[in-house]
Design a protein. Structure first.
Length: 514
């Protein structure tokens, strides 16, 4: 057995079943080892941002780590932006980054780069394997690290000769270390604060989509506190049957208004909210200066235990029908196309338990009221603000949940960053419907220019915000990647295209001209 073989066996023995990959020469022995193990599902992505985004979406929806296969520092660099999003989502990702044989690093070969440096900027855990006999144990440690603290980025750098030299046997990843918990005094103090009128319990993590949401709602109700969630979340439940949780807003002004006068802000599974950006003359954080901030439990800590500990202090009040979002499907709107109507049409037509990957940028706010009335579904958002997240994340979500319809809300500007993911959707026959909001520009940047206080937009600025001259043809782009596509200009066209996409499994794309 060579080192690469011990690594693949270690991954399989440790429960890793999927590898999103974009390999090169330094990874050929690893590829050969993967080839001997068809039980590992290898999925080619045509750009490394697609690899890392897919691993993120896969973790968000399955709770399992996927391996990525990346080609030296440049390949890792291409994966960086979506690793950043994954890190902010608290997704566990196991990167296998190939490198030159260690003796070859003495020379200035073209692809030689700072593999450790680039990894450490985004990974919680980085290790270079230094002996072939250690590959298996390093792999097991990497799996353990990726599963640690509710999900981390772990990167194992594998020099080519560690992969091809003879090695011993496989290893198995031990379970991750126990999660940190707040002290009983901290729980008691948080419970007292929650009982004060005007207190807010801000929750994130699995409380937004699993049964823990019920516990959080019962606790908040028992205390008489408001239950809220951050605007950007790795995954949250929305639509009919979802526990009612107030979602914070995008704009700092709206969040200041939402949190004004709160007596306490108790953080459970999250950190202090901050504005997406700083703006001249506006605060960085939305909490009221008079609000007591109680940092009870971060995303890396034991959220389930903490919520139960709060319940033990506060009691739990039973939830009633009014604590859940009722089924209130919108009617199918007709006539001229507006984003609000598109949201309603999606709300009317989306099946139960769909997965909505939201990179609609400015479109999303208009779509949300309609989508909130849909059947129950999960929403994945762009946690790290780095665009090009939507299509790759949808790949990972669809691989994780083959029985669920995935719908991507995609800005035409953001979509262009990682559109090769369409090809992976076609090749793997993934059940993903992509809706492109073709406003032919970077609309949000026009809005942001005003928000930072610049009134005049001249030629240079306009040419940095318009994506026109030429216009992108998303129907041809999709077809060129093997995905059937339609362009729609009115509600009749959208309703027909979306109904068909919901009825038929497999990838589809709808270009909404708006
Ligand atoms: C990696 C990265 N590069 C650039 C940006 C800045 N940025 C934010 S949104 C955006 C354009 C979004 O355009 P589009 O997806 O068409 O949505 P729209 O604003 O038109 O709704 C850009 C360039 C970013 N957030 N991340």
């Amino acid at each position: 057995m060579n080192g690469a073989e011990t690594l693949v066996r270690t991954l399989l023995a440790s429960g890793v079943r999927v590898c999103f990959a974009n390999p090169g020469t330094s990874e050929m022995h690893f590829v050969a080892a993967l080839d001997r193990h068809p039980e590992m599902r290898c999925i080619l992505c045509l750009f490394e941002g697609g690899v890392s985004g897919a691993a993120d979406g896969y973790f968000r929806m399955s709770g399992e780590i996927a391996a990525t296969l990346l080609h030296l520092a440049p390949g890792f660099g291409n994966a960086f932006a979506n690793l950043h999003n994954a890190r902010k989502a608290q997704s566990g990702v196991l990167n296998i980054m190939g490198d030159h044989a260690d003796y070859h690093l003495a020379y200035e070969a073209p692809l030689k780069g700072d593999t450790v440096g680039i990894s450490q900027t985004v990974s919680h855990w980085t290790r270079v394997t230094s002996e072939p006999g250690r590959v298996a144990q390093d792999g097991a440690d990497a799996v353990q690290a990726a599963r640690g603290r509710n999900g981390q980025i772990a990167t194992l750098i594998l020099p080519a000769n560690m992969a091809w030299d003879p090695a011993g046997g496989e290893a198995v990843a031990p379970p991750p270390a126990p999660l940190r918990r707040p002290s009983p005094d901290q729980v008691a103090a948080a419970a007292r604060a929650l009982r004060q009128p005007g207190a807010v319990l801000l929750v994130d993590g699995p409380a937004l989509w699993s049964k823990l949401g019920l516990l959080a709602a019962r606790v908040a109700k028992a205390a008489g506190a408001r239950l809220m969630q951050p605007f950007f979340a790795a995954r949250f439940r929305r639509g009919a049957g979802a526990v009612k949780i107030e979602r914070m807003a995008y704009r700092i002004e709206d969040n200041l208004a939402l949190l004004k006068g709160a007596s306490a802000l108790v953080l459970c599974g999250t950190t202090r909210p901050a504005g997406f950006f700083a703006y001249p003359g506006k605060p960085s954080t939305p909490d009221d200066p008079d609000t007591r901030l109680i940092d009870l439990c971060t995303r890396e800590m034991d959220i389930a235990w903490t919520l139960q500990a709060l319940a033990d202090e506060l009691g739990e009040t039973e939830l009633l029908a009014e604590d859940f979002v009722p089924l209130d499907l919108p009617a199918l709107p007709e006539g001229a196309l507006t984003l609000a109507k598109v949201g309603e049409a999606m709300g009317a037509l989306m099946p139960e338990d769909a997965i909505v990957v939201d990179e609609g940028i400015t479109a999303s706010a208009f779509l949300a009221p309609g989508l909130k009335r849909a059947r129950g579904h999960d929403v994945l958002t762009i946690t790290g603000g780095s665009i090009g997240f939507g299509l790759p994340n949808a790949v990972g979500a669809a691989v994780a949940c083959p029985d669920r319809k995935v719908v991507v809300l995609e800005g035409d500007g953001s979509g262009m960053y990682t559109l090769q993911s369409l090809w992976t959707m076609a090749r793997e026959k993934l059940d993903v419907t992509t809706v492109i909001f073709a406003n032919r520009g970077y609309q949000i940047l026009r809005d942001e220019m005003q928000a930072v206080g610049v009134a005049d937009v001249g030629r240079n600025a306009a040419r940095m915000f318009d994506v026109e001259g030429p216009s992108l043809d998303w129907v041809q782009l999709a077809q060129g990647h093997g995905v059937a596509a339609r362009r729609v200009h009115d509600m009749a066209g959208f309703n027909a295209a979306f109904a068909e996409a919901m009825a038929r499994p497999g990838p589809a794309l709808i270009e909404v001209v708006c």
